[in-house]
Design a protein around this ligand. Sequence first.
Ligand SMILES: *Cc1c(COP(=O)(O)O)cnc(C)c1O
Length: 492
Amino acid sequence: MGMYTSTRKKIEGVTSTAAILQGISEEGGLFVPKTIPPIDFKLEELSKLTYKQLAYHIMNLFFSNIHKEDLERCIEKAYDNKFDDSSIAPVRNTGNTYFLELFHGPTLAFKDMALSILPYLMLISKQYENEENDIVILTATSGDTGKAALEGFANVQGTKIIVFFPEDGVSEVQKRQMLTQKGENTFVVGIKGNFDDAQTGVKSILGNAELEAKIQSKGYKFSSANSINIGRLIPQVVYYFCAYGQMLNQNEIEVGEMINVVVPTGNFGNILAAFYAKQMGLPIKKLICASNENKVLFDFFKTGTYDRNRKFHLTASPSMDILVSSNLERLLYHISGEDVDKVTEMMNALKEKGNYQITDKMRENLKDFYGGYADDIETKKVIRSVYEKEGYLMDTHTAVAYAVYEKYHLNQKDDTKTIIVSTASPYKFTHSVMSALDEKYNHMNDFALLHEMEKILEEKMPYGVKDIEKKPICHHKTCEVMEMQKTVLEIL
Ligand SMILES: *Cc1c(COP(=O)(O)O)cnc(C)c1O
């Protein structure tokens, strides 16, 4: 147990630490667990475990070659008081809706859940695998991963981190959070392209043997902090169990009762973690995948065809502005009965012509998923209505999930208790959120609106955005998509 194989090639299996260190498999596939382990505790125990205890139970099953003391130390350091809520991932019950709040970490988005532990896992992996080179973390971001990874890796000895973000594709607050990042080993580069360009660029650098050899001679090794790294994915399985435990504690469900989860989705990492939780034994009925206007996943679930050949939309939920959802490759592996040749064929088709189709048999294995989408108008409408009716202010991504759930509930008449996964604080998207509440905020900028939001919520704004407009900008680099490789070499 705890070994990893590739989505594109049958291999003997590598340890979790090798997979974390390497990021991506040699032939371009993603690492997947050879077996998805069943939980080794009873569901009723969930209500008694703290987040850290639970994190240990889950991660130990997947990272079994990491010694107990080492894994415990990683968890201890990751989930400490940089989270502003002691339960780490609280479930808020508004009386009508359950929100699993994943934004209590330092950068106010759910990426902190995994990126606060990844640097420690990376250092352990480096040690276990006798890797002497410094690790260079290459990261493409649609806005939130970048800051969370920078925050996690800043000043971590033996690492450097380079973040590429779409210059015109992130919110003002997101951008400022990244550009003001301190730390000698941090590098932030704006690219003239969208997230997909950034992600494709990073993947091609990671898969380039010649480049790898070149930087190795300078004492470096590449890895990734994107959710293509299993060190990102596995820590995300934990909070679904944590949510279930809290629902039990709040007497909202009985042990064994099925729940639904609605996940605002971009790269398919978060919802894949929910799928793993379900495979491990968490009673999840439907995995509801919520997209914004870039609804490539909605179409995929509806038709069985994945087609990225379409217009790319910049939306009010920029962290989901993605047309190539990397982690879907892992799902394809599982639903195809681990057919690596089929996955390779589909991924080649995606690369060459931008689309692929799954078989009828694979489609049958998708029945636990439901795809929905909401456009910006619907998203803003629910931000306002939920604020008015439930007194709860959602960010735009969470609102996409909420809007999709409303439609699901109406159409499917499924009254199963449902958790909306709340992926970011509204403070990261002040302009979209505030202007959804009232037109009078339209003309104000994101930074002024931080203060307006603080006023209406009657609570101090989170530390992660406090005084952000006053912090000095530390990063000025920009580049064309074609120059990403060159830029990396200039930095190293
Ligand atoms: C990254 C992100 C998402 C999408 O998550 P995936 O794992 O890429 O599907 C949704 N909401 C927010 C706020 C994000 O930062």
